[in-house]
Design a protein. Sequence first.
Length: 205
Amino acid sequence: MRVAAVALAVVAGSSQALAQGAAKPDPAKAREIVNQVCAACHGPDGNSASPTNPHLAGQHADYIAKQLADFKQNKERKSPVMMGMTGNLSPEDIKGVASYFAQQKPKPGSARDKELAAFGQKIYRGGVGATGVPACAACHAPNGAGVPAQFPRLAGQFADYTLAQLKAFASEERANDPNRMMRTIAARMTEKEMRAVAEYIAGLR
C-alpha cells in the first residue's frame, strides 16, 4: 500500500509539474514587462518608431521567443543592449512577452524608393538564378507573413533593420539561423540586392 501511495504521489507531482509547464503566459505581467523593458525601443504595441529597432507587432510568438532566448545566451546572436534587456527574464517571461507582441496589430509600412523596391520585388518573388539566391517568398510567403515557428513575418519591417540583418547574416555576425540558411543566402547577395529586397519588404502588406 505504501508503494502504491508513493507511486500515486509521484504521478500527481509529475502531472502538476506538466500543468505548470504548460500554463499560459500571464498577460498582465507580460504587459508590465513590455512597458518597463521593451516599449522605449519597440513601442508599447510593438510598432517601433526607430528604423534601427524592429517592429515586433504581429510577429510570430515562437520566433520572438527564440530571438529573446538567443539574445539572453549571447552566443549565436549577440547584442550588449538586448543581452541586458533579457538578462532578468525567465522562460515564462519570454513566452509572455512573445505572446503579447504576437497579438498586437502591425501598422503598414511603405517603401521610400519605388525603383529600388521594384528591383527588390523581382528578387523577393523570383530570386537570383545566376547566383543561387532563392525567392524570399518561398519561406516568408508572398505577402511577407512568414510561417509560424519557422520563418518570421517580414511585411512592413524597416528597410534599415532588414538590411542590417542581411549584412549580419552575410558576415556571420548573426548565426542563429537553422542550418545556416540565411547565412548561405545572404552571402550570395550583393549589397544592392540586399538594399532592394529590404526596400520592397518595407512596403509589403
